[in-house]
Design a binder for this molecule. Sequence first.
Ligand code: SF4
Length: 165
Amino acid sequence: MTTERPKCSCNGGSTGLLIYSCAGSSNVGQLANEVAIEMARSGKGSMGCLIGLGAHVSTMVQNAKAANRIMMIDGCGVRCGMKALEHIGLTNFDSVVITEMGIKKNCDLKGDRDKLPELVKLISGRAGTITPLIIGEERVDGGCGCGTEGCCTDHDEEKGEGAKK
Ligand code: SF4
């Protein structure tokens, strides 16, 4: 019996759009993450691991720099994700903030899910207008660049960059 694996959502994708979300501990942070998931699952782009960039995992940073379009989805005006991208030297990306789309920040991690379809529509539409960049760096194979063989293949997570040290 064969088990069907889900398609890898971290590996570039055919649209060339790389999507990051802050996934913060609030209604809007979690909504940001769910918007990114929905966009990846519907083929609008692929998700990148923002925390990997914050940790300066070199291959993930390289893949972020190789993306030809990037959408950063932050929950609130603190814009942690945007700052993380800038910290690794990225400046040419699009950035959206959930609280600027009419949703007030609160501590309910599962709050405002009724707004998800509208947010996905709005942010997906905006992503379609991002001008592609000239690709500056070569992508590293292995999905998101974690150093494993990618999440759509069998692999041992211990082989990732962090485990090499
Ligand atoms: S941008 Fe706002 S919601 Fe997201 S991690 Fe930062 S403080 Fe939390």
